[in-house]
Design a protein around this ligand. Structure first.
Ligand code: ZN
Length: 289
């Protein structure tokens, strides 16, 4: 079976074709311009590839409520050309096939649960830390939506008393994204994360903020595994620092095999960077069930 996957991002649209085993058979990437400029290329690709179902993981916020009149829309995004755009509706007009739709981070979460480092678990969290911070939540064998969908990159954190950085988030200043995403690292230290790879202070502070967020997620969602992806997490020296801080901040309040072995609990993404696109394949498969 030929399944389409669309990972709709703010800078590029990755279109792929794959199968029910999660194998990717072909893929293209188109720049995200305006809907008028970008949508025809996406639609042509999937028509040409003859896909029988499509999974879409989109940047957001998006409307995921199937009962809503604006289901499948990108809603209040700062990318003005895409604000209040009926992404799913445009695709459905052109392609009469089953379509699954979710946020990009929920798609990555589903990819990891179906084929990756959270395979077989019924509750897990996927966090991407890059130019922003996004969190996908899988809870009791389903992606969590709720009122809208979690926006757990914007949780408010306690600052390190020695950190006088004002924060980068235009809405909250010092939320997780405002303190720990790539642009915050660069603004705080005056250089990119890559250039700071060997500066221990940078990663100690980064780990402190990430670990705080992970403790909060553990307390609220009780995930069986926490997966960390995104550009910032390519600094793999962060993992042991996060494990240590997580244990300190948890302070033995929750004592399970997971929280006492953070090395096995807080892990990198497992699908060689393909968790998003593979998750879109899984979204399509779920829609067909
Ligand atoms: Zn924020």
């Amino acid at each position: 079976m030929r399944i389409g996957a669309l990972e709709a991002g703010g800078t590029k649209m990755v279109c792929a074709v794959g199968n029910e085993k999660g194998e990717i058979l072909g893929q293209i990437s188109l720049p995200t311009l305006t809907p008028k400029e970008t949508m025809p290329g996406i639609i042509d690709y999937f028509k040409k590839e003859g896909v029988e179902a499509l999974g879409v993981g989109s940047f957001g916020p998006v409307d995921l409520n199937k009962k809503s009149g604006t289901y499948g829309w990108i809603t209040s995004t700062p990318k003005i050309a895409w604000r209040n755009f009926d992404l799913l509706g445009e695709l459905k007009k052109a392609l009469d096939i089953p379509m699954g739709f979710d946020t990009d981070v929920n798609a990555s979460m589903l990819g990891e649960v179906t084929w990756g480092n959270a395979k077989g678990l019924d509750s897990a969290i996927y966090i991407t830390i890059g130019t922003g911070v996004g969190v996908g939540v899988y809870c009791n064998n389903a992606l969590l939506h709720g009122m809208l969908h979690p926006e757990a990159g914007h949780i408010l954190l306690a600052k390190d008393p020695l950190d006088d950085y004002k924060g980068k988030c235009p809405y909250h200043g010092t939320c997780l994204e405002g303190l720990a995403a790539g642009p915050a690292i660069e603004e705080r230290w005056g250089r990119s994360g890559k250039e700071l790879a060997k500066d221990q202070r940078v990663w100690e502070l980064e780990a402190f903020y990430i670990a705080q967020a992970l403790v909060n997620y553990t307390m609220i969602v009780s995930p069986q595994r926490i997966i960390l992806g995104g550009g910032v997490m390519k600094q793999t020296q962060l993992f042991p620092l996060i494990h240590k801080k997580y244990k300190e901040l948890m302070n033995s309040y929750i004592v399970t095999k997971e929280t006492t072995n953070p090395e096995e609990y807080i892990v990198p993404a497992g699908l060689n960077g393909d968790q998003g696109i593979m998750g879109c394949l899984a979204l399509a498969l779920k829609e067909m069930e």
